[in-house]
Design a protein around this ligand. Structure first.
Ligand code: NDP
Length: 425
């Protein structure tokens, strides 16, 4: 049905590429392009051997609109899947407009370096010297995508992504009015490392060290980082301490479902993880400003160079792509919703549990990459099949959830429902 260009060759892109290659009737031509082409080539070789595809590759710096436009103009993909980093969202969207391509991503834009200038149009609470992400920067492209007749699908991983689609499905089938939404994300896996993140360490640590933020009675409430927490019970897992975080899907969901009185996001962390995180913060390794450091140049002469401590930390931490082999246990992510149907109050819990080992056996990646890459492929499939194609810039809950929910069951992320159970929240 169509030609797809995948940008990025990390954990999420690897899973998405496997799933794209498994659906050859939908994705008739596949190209993977990233900063380091050798990674794309290694991945393409695995896919071509395993699925009999003819995946091609390219080198591209996705920070360069010029390079992206040249690549897109040459390859002419119907859809570009941005599975690089949030820093590249705007350059890739800009290039899609210039080259006439549709767009999909899994994470909203975040300026790499915080500053008052970078955040001058920000609408959510933030600090000018700390990491900050929000949708306004991508929503600003709405009119241009509409006028060009192109579609941009934002936030099509698991959270955001499936959690937003679960919410849309609940609104469509189970509630007349939704009042309380709690998105609950548990990783009950064990990778047997002292400390590791499950996706890009730099992006992950920037996210979880931010202040907490949730929506209540028409406004945002800001909390100290990790200040609100409680044990929640996860299916097939049991109780896990869960921490209230600021998470990006809340921003679009409270706009698209204005009856929500409260919307929050919770994520589980183990004690060892939190202890390491505290040390990282105490010794300044989470800093994202440049510090001077003496390092040898090519000739071995010591010179002052500038490094960003968090980027240096990423270089020494385990690569999330290498965690899969020894990863045990499962993830459990879902939405707990309370609202009205037929004038009576009801609750609804919809969730997926994903085994790290099953994900590894299928794609060579662990469950967090899997739960992100599979929905990215399904979103791309929805676009290619013409089921999700509205000109403009859209969050996933704006599309029909039904065909997506059907594919979740087929493509490896089956979901389960509990009606009128105790939501604990
Ligand atoms: P990785 O770090 O494993 O992969 C990122 C890839 O992008 C790498 O191949 C990297 O290249 C490439 N890249 C980075 N910068 C550039 C650039 N300037 N030009 C071209 N390519 C570039 O990250 P993950 O796979 O773990 O995460 C990918 C995305 O998925 C992130 O945006 C993350 O926030 C998002 N995510 C979303 C989730 C959701 O549920 N919605 C959950 C988890 C992740 P190189 O190999 O050279 O470094």
């Amino acid at each position: 049905m169509g030609r797809v260009l995948i940008i990025g060759a990390g954990g999420v892109a690897t899973v998405a590429a496997h799933k794209v290659a498994q659906n050859k009737d939908v994705f008739t031509e596949i190209k993977i392009a990233s900063r380091t082409e050798s990674k794309c080539k290694a991945l393409a070789a695995i896919l071509n051997e395993k699925y009999g595809t003819n995946v091609t590759t390219a080198q591209v710096d996705a920070d360069s609109v010029e390079q992206l436009v040249a690549l897109m103009t040459d390859y002419k993909p119907e859809l570009v899947m941005n599975l690089a980093l949030p820093y590249q969202d705007l350059t890739i969207m800009e290039a899609c407009l210039q080259a006439g391509c549709n767009y999909l991503d899994t994470a909203n834009y975040e300026p790499e370096f915080p500053s008052a200038e970078a955040y001058k149009d920000a609408v959510l609470p933030h600090h000018d010297d700390q990491p900050h992400f929000e949708y306004s920067w991508q929503w600003a492209y709405r009119e241009r995508f509409e006028k060009a007749g192109l579609c941009a699908i934002l936030g099509c991983g698991f959270d955001p992504g499936v959690t937003s689609i679960y919410t849309a499905y609940a609104a469509k089938h189970h509630f007349d009015e939704m009042h309380y939404l709690d998105i609950v994300d548990c990783n009950a896996g064990n990778h047997h490392k002292a400390f590791a993140t499950n996706f890009n360490p730099e992006i992950n640590l920037r996210e979880i060290t931010q202040e907490g933020l949730y929506w209540e009675d028409g406004k945002y409430v800001v909390t100290e980082p990790m200040a609100i927490h409680k044990p929640l019970n996860y299916p097939n897992v049991g109780p896990r301490e869960s921490y209230l975080l600021h998470h990006e899907e809340i921003e679009s969901l409270v706009i698209n479902y204005p009856t929500l009185k409260r919307a929050r996001f919770w994520m589980t962390f183990g004690e060892a993880y939190l202890k390491h995180l505290e040390v990282i913060q105490n010794i300044g390794m989470d800093r994202i400003d440049e510090v001077e450091y003496m390092a040898p140049d090519e000739d071995g002469v010591m010179r002052k160079v500038k490094i960003v401590p968090l980027q240096f930390l990423k270089a020494v931490l385990p690569n999330p792509q290498d965690l899969g082999e020894n990863y045990e246990g499962e993830t459990s992510i879902g939405c707990r919703i309370r609202g009205l149907r037929g004038g009576e109050e009801h609750t609804y819990y919809v969730y997926n549990n994903c085994s790290h080992q099953a994900a590894y056996e299928e794609t060579g990646m662990q469950g967090v990459s899997y739960t992100t890459g599979v929905p990215a492929m399904i979103g791309a499939m929805m676009f290619m099949k013409g089921l999700w194609n509205m000109p403009g810039v859209h969050n996933v809950e704006e599309f029909d959830p039904d065909p997506f929910m059907e594919q979740l069951n087929i493509q490896g992320l089956p979901w389960h429902e509990i009606h009128d159970g105790d939501l604990e929240l």
